[in-house]
Design a protein. Structure first.
Ligand code: DC
Length: 225
């Protein structure tokens, strides 16, 4: 099998990773892999069976009963299946965001999901987004980006998304959730979110989506030509 190209995009919640990665993947004809969705699906499983996300004994006992599959439709949208049921919508709530972050702190969980992520990249050209893609999952990725924006900008983006879905959360509650999740994702012992020396920093605070896409596409084309 010919060597595949992989592009890693890491960064905190609300930096625009999924919007950007999805569009960039479409333009380049790559698969977009949203690894946060995998952690969300696992978190959702434990939520459904009533295991608290910090209960490592419960997680250890039941993790093998959680079968996660990823499928992509023709427009490149990623669908998450939990024990054969499409849970792609169910995993997008603030409650599951917090549970996914807590669940993702366990080494057992990270080790269990590692092969699944690497396997997709072995078989396809991918743009993979997450927290530890450039540092742990695909350390040899052809290009690594660290996408970020100020907490206020990220919270406002999340707030707008949640409002569109009918949420009544206030902007200050969303900002607190963003700050709490940043802290948890950056300070966990295993594979914390961090910008490494090989990541290219893109601060999207004052950039439009089009500007971010153009900037990143130019870098990818230059590095992978
Ligand atoms: O990208 P997201 O907000 O959907 O991710 C949900 C949580 O999953 C995030 O708070 C931390 C965890 N996560 C992770 O630890 N490593 C990844 N590669 C992706 C997500």
């Amino acid at each position: 099998m010919a060597k595949k190209i992989s592009i890693a995009i890491d960064g905190p919640a609300g930096a625009g990773k999924s919007t950007i990665a999805k569009r960039l993947a479409k333009e380049l004809g790559f698969y977009y892999v949203d690894t946060g969705a995998i952690y969300r699906t696992l978190g959702y499983f434990f939520h459904l069976i009533g295991i608290p996300p910090k209960d490592i004994d419960g997680i250890t006992k039941y993790i093998d009963e959680c079968v996660i599959e990823i499928e992509w439709d023709e427009d490149g949208s990623q669908h998450m299946f939990l024990n054969e049921i499409d849970v792609s919508e169910d995993i997008r709530t603030p409650e599951i965001s917090k549970i996914a972050s807590d669940v993702s702190a366990h080494k057992l969980v990270r080790d269990t999901l590692l092969d699944m992520q690497r396997d997709v990249a072995r078989k396809n050209n991918v743009i993979m987004d997450g927290r530890d893609i450039g540092s742990v999952v695909l350390p040899k990725a052809d290009v690594k980006f660290y996408l970020t924006a100020s907490p206020e900008v990220r919270a406002k983006r999340r707030f707008d998304e949640l409002q569109a879905k009918g949420s009544r959360d206030t902007l200050s509650k969303v900002l607190k959730d963003v700050n709490d999740r940043d802290y948890a994702d950056m300070h966990r012992a295993v594979a914390p979110l961090k910008q490494t020396a090989s990541h290219i920093l893109v601060d999207t605070s004052d950039m439009s989506v089009d500007e971010v896409i153009e900037t990143m596409k130019a870098i990818v084309l230059e590095k992978c030509k």
